[in-house]
Design a protein around this ligand. Structure first.
Ligand code: LHQ
Length: 265
């Protein structure tokens, strides 16, 4: 199935000044994920992955929440089911695609992020939250484990002790605590949140995109690489960076005491 992106009903998608903005848009349900939203997110991410002109992606939510995870109204309740299939063709399909996007991805957590909603945020490159927002590993409250790679990400971000406790207890973690724990990058006063996020994505979109792509990928790779092999990877990637326009421009601008004009390649 293909889409011209003309009839999105669960997501708002815009591109402006080399920034692609994705807004999860089911505010009445705190932007919980429906089957249609999975499909529409896939179309949107495909569009971004195929657009080299995009130099920053912003993911956020409409209304008072970021995302309450799976839409539980799509489940009857009182019945067992194969969630493996739901994960593979929904969340996992989208997260695998998200990982192929070259541009830095900012998640602006504008309100509660629960279940899959919390972990989708943590899969982004830079997570900024309103101070009033909270992160809830809601899964175990309905008899599940954290998904969307929460079990991979959380121990790395907050350490095993905290990861296990919040996954088992479903304790809401306020944005400032999430920063203290290293779960997210920053918590911002609600009143200045939108301006702050807008400045952040504009700044990122003007930075050397090629290097930023390498940065996000090589950090992820580091978890699976032995020490010496990783030094080899840095050498090889830095070799490519040194051959970019943006490296030449960055050094020239430094020497000429002016602001660099990066082109993203
Ligand atoms: C919702 C939801 C929601 C539908 C709020 N669904 N309507 C799961 C299974 C399948 C495949 C694999 O992956 C997964 C992964 C998961 O994501 S499991 C976790 C699913 N999510 C949850 O368990 C969170 C459920 N929601 C909540 O605990 C609360 O709504 C939170 C803490 C997020 C927010 O609480 P409040 O701020 O008090 O808001 P609220 O509860 O009043 O919700 C507002 C409305 O949104 C309300 O509708 P209503 O018509 O009464 O105004 C909720 O029913 C609806 N809503 N989450 N997940």
């Amino acid at each position: 199935m293909t889409s011209d992106l003309g009839n999105l009903t669960t997501i708002e998608f815009t591109k402006e000044n080399q920034v692609a903005t994705i807004v999860l848009n089911r505010p009445d349900k705190l932007n919980a994920f429906s089957a249609a939203m999975h499909q529409e997110l896939y179309w949107v991410l495909t569009n971004i992955a195929n657009d080299d002109s995009i130099r920053c992606v912003l993911l956020t939510g409409a209304g008072r929440g970021f995302c309450a995870g799976q839409d539980l109204d799509e489940r009857k309740g009182g019945e067992k089911m194969d969630l493996g299939e739901k994960l593979e063709n929904g969340y996992n399909k989208n997260l695998r695609l998200l990982k192929t996007i070259h541009a830095p991805i900012v998640c602006a957590v504008n309100g509660v992020a629960a279940g899959a909603g919390a972990n989708i945020a943590l899969n982004c490159d830079i997570v900024v939250a309103k101070k009033s927002a909270k992160f809830i590993q809601a899964f175990s409250s309905i008899g599940l484990i954290p998904d969307c790679n929460g079990t991979w990400l959380l121990p790395k971000l907050v350490g095993l002790a905290r990861a296990k406790a919040i996954a088992m207890l479903g304790t809401p973690i306020l944005a400032e605590q999430a920063v203290d724990w290293g779960m997210i990058y920053e918590a911002v006063d609600d009143e200045v949140f939108d301006t702050h996020v807008s400045d952040l994505v504009d700044t990122l979109a003007k930075r050397p995109t090629r290097a930023l792509t390498f940065i996000k990928n090589i950090f992820d790779e580091s978890y699976g690489n032995p020490y010496g092999a990783h030094l080899d990877r840095e050498r090889d990637v830095q070799r490519v960076c040194g051959l970019t326009h943006d490296f030449a421009e960055g050094v020239a601008a430094f020497k000429e005491k002016r602001k660099p004009e990066f082109k993203g390649h």
